[in-house]
Design a protein around this ligand. Sequence first.
Ligand code: PXG
Ligand code: PLP
Length: 452
Amino acid sequence: MNKAIDPALMQAAEAAGSSFKMDAHWMPFTANRQFKKAPRLLAKAEGMHYWDVKGRKVLDGVAGLWCVNAGHNRPRIVKAIQAQAAEMDFAPPFQMGHPLAFELAERVAAIAPAGLNRVFFTNSGSESVETALKMAIAYHRVRGEGARTRLIGRERGYHGVNFGGISVGGIVANRKHFGTLLAGVDHLRHTHDPARNAFSRGQPALGAELADDLERLVALHDASTIAAVIVEPVAGSTGVLVPPQGYLQRLREICDRHGILLIFDEVITGFGRTGSPFAAQTFGVTPDLITCAKGLTSGTVPMGAVLAKQAIHDTFMNGPEHLIEFFHGYTYSAHPLACAAGIATLETYADEGLLSRARELEGTFADAVHSLKGEPNVIDIRNVGLVGGIELAPIAGQPTKRAFDIFLDCWDKGLLVRTTGDIVALSPPLIVEKNHIDQIVETLRGAIRRAA
Ligand code: PXG
Ligand code: PLP
């Protein structure tokens, strides 16, 4: 028995009829030893809140992990999953199908940017990224430009944790341990420029010209070798970097000029986070492929998708009809439980107007998070839709510690936030009300002061 475990946890485990040991579970993206000494264990969720195993109520300031956009345990979604589990557990997705997969794809296409009406299902954001990168390379090959194999990502980008994703990604800690990664990848400069843009509300005014960095890479590698550029419209994981005004437009123009596909990784920004179904619509720039996950099922059942322009899909649809057109897919692509969850989630979003709610609340949310300007060590604040990033000056010689201390303090005071480096990220469920926003910001304010 692990001696460090809190007696209340033991009671909870015993009540549930199990013993409670923490050794076997090697936790993802977690300081395992620190966690197991002082566990933070969740037991229940509803609406805007979690409850921990001791029954303490915690306000969810980050939609679980940027995914529970409809709020927790919404009855319609819960019932849809339960009913589907009782009706049909699994259906093979290769050379077979089931109606819910087609229904969900139509519904996703209906809210997607115009033209992105072909939907390929995966089980996560990471798998969506791998799928989109392979689709881009294969697309060029099928249309006779097989030399277009290079992939361009961006510094500080997060595209999941599989080999393609960490190769195009630009978060050093996620890359440096894992060898040589994919060959033929290069990176654009990131867009973070606090010297010119600190404390911008919404899109920073300066920096559209950073997109011209793509011209530098085209000059270096030649356009004929480049398949695709992948960027997050708003970089989330690295600490909420909002694109400078005109930047995405300029990236689109350069891609068009050189026949390069533009992929928006909307795993975080998809499904209402920025005030439209997709950030592509918020910013008025249409990519060729969109990767998404998280909000597709409001985090209830793992699922991701790639949305493709019809022309890309149609390019694959040639040759003898009995042959597979795209040699790719997952055992659990379009899993029935995920499809049921996805349909009920999209119905919930539509009924409650949640996909535009971030636009309605953007001003209120921006006022609240920007009110933290002037608090100790706050060096930048960024926001768009219902996403906020508060950047703190690191403690000398101990990077990430100040933000992590604030995370622990907030948890202690009944608020879940997310930190990355010395940045606190906020992305509450889209059902958030003004009183929740006030509670989030005032709890954070207290923690920031105590961490000074
Ligand atoms: N692309 C983007 C843009 C993401 O934000 C992924 C791909 C990978 O998705 P999966 O489902 O494979 O995790 C993501 C996921 C954080 C954090 O702390 C962000 C993500 C995941 C976990 C933590 O910011 N984003
Ligand atoms: N590894 C092995 C040995 C497999 O048989 C399969 C799928 O059949 C996979 C990996 C891939 O699993 P998934 O389709 O769930 O991604």
